[in-house]
Design a protein around this ligand. Structure first.
Ligand code: KIV
Ligand code: NA
Length: 276
């Protein structure tokens, strides 16, 4: 399949073809997502929680992002690879934002970057786009500023719907190629998707966004600290993997593993006798 580009995704929106996106943070996962033909891979800073065990995304560093983007790029040549800009890597100045976005592209080798925020980051988004780097926005529930939002909860209810719409319009005007809509009402996701010409990708953004994104570990049952309402678990791998590990343990204890077929020869009886 041909490499997915932002232009292709834009065409998909126009044709009404839905877009699929999942996270990946390492080579084997990237290979699986590539095989499934998913259009976009996000190397999200959610890796702090799903694979590094932290309780938020705030502490994520540029070096950690680059470390995880590289193997994903190697494992998945076809999907568009989105590299997440970590908290604090784009809010100091436009220069800082351009330098860090450039690092993700040059050292990580992702295709585009993503950052969180609406109106307040529109100028930054424009500056990064002007520097030649395609930017994806992320509004609604923005996990990097979860303490400011007062917790992981739905955004854009009632009067606040207007703010989320304005954020979306500001990002489009700033030149973003697409936007993640996280945890907003179904009807608001529909309105924003209709108002924008660029693709919207929802995560808890309802049924009408141009595409859907889920965190790999959530959808595969590999992360059970909490399961948001918007997650659909397509597989529950945790009990299956634990069962395999228990079998291994039992076979090690009993001696059932390894069998002869798992062993190596190469020393003759004669040679052995001399050693005993
Ligand atoms: O880091 C991440 O996985 C994300 C998704 C929730 C969109 O930003
Ligand atoms: Na993220």
């Amino acid at each position: 399949m041909a490499k997915i580009t932002t232009h292709k995704l834009q065409e998909m929106k126009v044709k009404g073809e839905k877009i699929s996106m999942t996270t990946a943070y390492d080579y084997p996962t990237a290979c699986l997502v590539e095989k499934a033909g998913i259009e976009i891979i996000l190397v999200g800073d959610s890796l702090m929680m799903t694979v590094l065990g932290d309780d938020s995304t705030v502490a994520c560093t540029m070096d950690q992002m680059i470390h995880h983007i590289k193997p994903v790029v190697l494992g998945a040549p076809t999907p568009l690879i989105v590299g997440d800009m970590p908290f604090g890597s784009y809010n100091v100045s436009k220069e800082q934002a351009i330098m860090n976005a450039t690092r993700l592209m040059k050292e990580g080798r992702c295709d585009v970057i993503k950052l969180e925020g609406g109106k307040e980051v529109a100028d930054t988004v424009k500056a990064i786009v002007d520097a030649g780097i395609p930017v994806m926005g992320h509004i609604g529930l923005t996990p990097q500023t979860v303490s400011k939002l007062g917790g992981f909860k739905i955004q854009g209810k009632g009067d606040a719907a207007k703010d989320v719409l304005e954020d979306a319009l500001a990002l489009e005007a700033a030149g973003a190629w697409g936007i993640v809509l996280e945890c907003i009402p179904d009807e608001l996701g529909k309105l924003i998707t209709e108002k924008l010409t660029i693709p919207t990708i929802g995560i808890g953004g309802g049924r009408y966004t141009d595409g859907q994104v889920l965190v790999f570990h959530d959808m595969m049952g590999l992360f059970d600290k909490f399961l948001p309402k918007f997650v659909k678990q397509y597989l529950n791998l945790t009990p299956e993997i634990v069962k395999a590990l228990e079998e291994f343990k039992a076979e090690v204890k009993s001696g059932a593993f390894p069998e002869e077929k798992h062993t190596f020869g190469g020393v003759t009886e004669e040679e052995l006798k001399r050693l005993y």
